[in-house]
Design a protein around this ligand. Sequence first.
Ligand code: NAD
Length: 443
Amino acid sequence: MRITIFGTGYVGLVTGACLADAGHEVMCMDIDAQKVARLKQGEIPIYEPGLETLVTENVGQQRLLFTTDAAEAVAFGTLQFIAVGTPPDEDGSADLQYVLAVAKTIGQHMEDYKVVVDKSTVPVGTADRVHEAIAGALGERGVSLDFDVCSNPEFLKEGAAIEDFTHGARIVVGTDSERVKALMRECYAPYNRRVEKLMFMDVRSAELTKYAANAMLATKISFMNEIANLAERLGADIEQVRRGIGSDPRIGYHFIYPGCGYGGSCFPKDVQALARTASQIGYDPQLLNAVEAVNDRQKSTLFEKLGQAFDGQLDGKTVAVWGLAFKPNTDDMREAPSRHLMEALWAAGARVRAYDPEAMEECRRIYGERDDLTLVGGRDEALQGSDALVICTEWKSFRTVDFAHLHRTLRTPVIVDGRNLFEPDQVRAAGLLYFAVGRGDSL
Ligand code: NAD
């Protein structure tokens, strides 16, 4: 099958590489000429485990092509995937300008039947707007061609994107056209063999499913953070509470880890966008607003705990930060708790020595050269000359620590752990002051 994908970001590139690997012929189009040039050379602009090999192999087999030429891209595939960004607008709603620009491009260049597949996360009703944009462009050309628009939201997680794409729990397709269903079934056949994963539903339900999934996951995190904050103040241990509630199959163990707040390019913007959609139709989204508010507050806990440890005197202190990415196995720092912490530390007059296994280049890109930020080559180097250590990301390589060494290296024996990586008794036995989340450390 010939498939075109607009957008070579996390979602577009992973979708393109996986579909090519499954035997389809795929052309990925991006307006970012530099990105496309790098991809053509086999250079992957993002860190995603396994992606480089997949791209290189399929480019080698000539099943995966890259272009900046819109006409060529539209001519290529019967399926035209839209996988461009939908960043938050000023008021928090999803900005559809990139999605609608692609729709217009398709309408300007198409010469035969196309199925336009919306993979970007878009508000309910967007498929109708995409339809209008294509019809409008065709109208301007004075031609009438048959086409369909369907919704196929993406549920992959950065850091495990290939595994999620190839072994995801479900493949949601919103359409009521039998022709589209047959084509989408053919597209996903390689991933739909062992069990039936394809779920056909109406377009609006498919669009809402994506937001509902992310809002539910964000709710679980904010709920656990709220309970952790209570545990801290009530002398309970959230880890014991977590095990206690997770054992109930109605609750389960997945996604109930407290921490320093959720970040990334999806949860914050999708919860906000769904809340905006609700407000626009006159519905007060109380729970969604609370999920967001709890998360915003949670991102401040690391800074507050440091403040507690140093009696609010952070001016002139140096803080080691382990982990900059919003979660492990990615270099993505969008809305990362580390950014919230570092910016608060700088405002308070503190300096940062930071290390992340993958996100150093991204951090340099975001903050540039500044006197109060030193990016170091390893976790131990971050400790040198630092007054305290803060852990923002639960990278595996941070989980094993020689606490005696840490005590000797830090100027003041303070650890603030935003990911509850260690057993408090063990850390405190080494003479360190240990502040975790919801583990009885409130001063
Ligand atoms: P991204 O920002 O990484 O990539 C978007 C790409 O689209 C960029 O390379 C950009 O240059 C390109 N682009 C913009 N306008 C274009 C145009 N007119 N034609 C061709 N290319 C164009 O975005 P992403 O993280 O891949 O997210 C894409 C969509 O998927 C968003 O709606 C997002 O919410 C959703 N999503 C993301 C994830 C994730 O983990 N990142 C997971 C599921 C869903």
